[in-house]
Design a protein around this ligand. Structure first.
Ligand SMILES: Nc1nc2c(ncn2[C@@H]2O[C@H](COP(=O)(O)OP(=O)(O)O)[C@@H](O)[C@H]2O)c(=O)[nH]1
Ligand SMILES: [Mg+2]
Length: 330
C-alpha cells in the first residue's frame, strides 16, 4: 500500500501534488479508494461562464476573502479549450500569483488530454483529493463550453455562473444552456457599460424559468383546487450579484450568497439529495465506462469494423448490431 495517502492526510503538499498528477493520468485508483472515507467535508464551488468574463480574477478574489475568514482553499482550473498547458492556463497562474506562497491555498490547472468525457471524472477525483487533504473550500473553474461544464459542476455544491456585459452576445450562458445550473449569477465587470442590460436579460430568463417552480409542490403544479402544502417547499431563486473582480468589489456579497445557498441546502435537506444525485450520476458514469471498456476488451479487435461494414452495406441495422455486441457481454 502506498504512503501517499497517509502523507496527504498529514498535510504534505508534495504528496498532494503527486496524487493529483496520478489522478490526471488515471493511475490513482488504489489511492482514491484509500482516501474516500476521509472525504465529504469540503464545500465545492463551481465557477463557470464564457472565456473572458473574469472567472479567474473572481476566483482569485473569492479565495483571498475566504483566506481572510481563516478558511483554506483548493482551486482546480479546468480548461478544455487548452489541450496543452499553454496560454490561458499560464495566464491563470500569473493572475493567481498573489495566492502563491500561501500554505492555505493550493492551485492546480488541469488541461484535458482530449478526452472530454474523462474530464468530469478527473475533476471529481481531484476534488476528492483536495477534500481529503482538508481544504475547507474547493473551487472548480471551468470554461463555458456547453455540456462539459454542466457535467463538471455536477460535483459542485454551489454553482456560480459568471456573465459580463459587452462581450458581443448579451447573455452567453443562455445560449450555452448553463443558466439552469446556476445557484448564483454573477455579473462581473460591473464597471463596464451595459451592466443594467445584462442584469435585465438575466432577470427575464430567471422569471421565465422559475414561475412554475414557485408554485410547485413535490413536482406537482398547484392549481386553485389543490390545497396549499402544510409546510411550503422552499425554492432557491438564484440571486443576481454584481462584481468588479479586478478591483475586488462585490466579493463579500458573493461569499454571503454562497453562505445563504449552503444554509438553504442544509435546512431543506437539499444537501443529502444533491449528494445522492451526484453519486448516482457518478455510479452510472463509471458503470458505463467500465462496461464499455470490458466489452471492447472482450471483442475481437476487428469486431467493430466488421459491424460498421455490415451496417454500411445495409446487411445489419444499428439496433441489431448492438444486440449482437451486447450478446458478447458474459
Ligand atoms: N474591467 C474589468 N475587467 C476585468 C474584471 N475582472 C476581470 N477583468 C479582466 O478581464 C480579463 C479576463 O479575466 P479572466 O479572469 O482571465 O477571465 P476568465 O477567462 O473568465 O477566467 C482580464 O484581463 C481581467 O483583468 C472587472 O471586474 N472589470
Ligand atoms: Mg480563467
Amino acid at each position: 500500500m502506498t504512503q501517499l495517502v497517509p502523507e496527504l492526510l498529514a498535510g504534505n503538499r508534495r504528496a498532494l501534488a503527486r496524487l493529483l498528477t496520478l489522478v490526471e493520468n488515471d493511475q490513482a485508483e488504489a489511492e482514491l479508494s484509500q482516501l474516500y472515507a476521509h472525504t465529504g467535508k469540503t464545500w465545492v464551488l463551481g465557477v463557470t461562464g464564457a472565456p473572458g468574463t473574469g472567472k479567474s480574477t473572481l476566483v482569485n478574489e473569492i479565495t483571498k476573502a475566504y483566506r481572510q475568514a481563516g478558511k483554506t482553499v483548493g482551486i482546480i482550473a479546468v480548461d478544455p479549450t487548452s489541450p496543452f498547458s499553454g496560454g490561458a492556463i499560464l495566464g491563470d497562474r500569473i493572475r493567481m500569483r498573489d495566492l502563491s506562497g500561501d500554505p492555505g491555498v493550493f492551485i492546480r490547472s488541469m488541461a484535458t488530454r482530449g478526452n472530454l468525457g474523462g474530464l468530469a471524472r478527473t475533476t471529481r477525483d481531484a476534488i476528492r483529493v483536495l477534500d481529503a487533504a482538508g481544504y475547507d473550500i474547493v473551487i472548480v473553474e471551468t470554461v463555458g463550453a456547453g455540456q462539459n461544464e454542466v457535467d463538471i459542476v455536477r460535483a459542485a455544491h454551489t454553482t456560480i455562473v459568471v456573465e459580463a456585459p459587452g462581450l458581443g452576445d448579451e447573455v452567453q450562458a443562455i445560449k450555452a444552456g448553463i443558466l439552469e445550473i446556476a445557484d448564483l449569477l454573477v455579473v462581473n465587470k460591473a464597471d463596464r457599460q451595459g451592466v443594467a442590460h445584462t442584469i435585465n436579460a438575466l432577470k427575464m430568463m430567471l422569471e421565465l424559468g422559475h414561475p412554475v417552480e414557485k408554485v410547485n409542490h413535490h413536482g406537482r403544479a398547484l392549481t386553485a383546487t389543490t390545497p396549499p402544502p402544510a409546510t411550503p417547499t422552499r425554492f432557491w431563486l438564484p440571486p443576481i450579484l454584481q462584481t468588479v473582480a479586478a478591483e475586488g468589489k462585490g466579493i463579500d456579497e458573493v461569499l454571503a450568497a454562497v453562505d445563504n445557498h449552503r444554509r438553504h441546502l442544509e435546512e431543506t435537506q437539499g444537501l443529502q439529495a444533491l449528494e445522492a444525485e451526484h453519486l448516482r450520476i457518478e455510479l452510472l458514469d463509471r458503470l458505463r465506462d467500465g462496461l464499455l471498456a470490458r466489452l471492447l476488451r472482450e471483442l475481437p479487435p476487428d469486431a467493430l469494423a466488421r459491424l460498421v461494414g455490415q451496417m454500411q452495406a445495409r446487411e445489419i441495422d444499428p439496433h441489431s448490431a448492438i444486440k449482437t455486441l451486447m450478446g458478447k457481454l458474459s
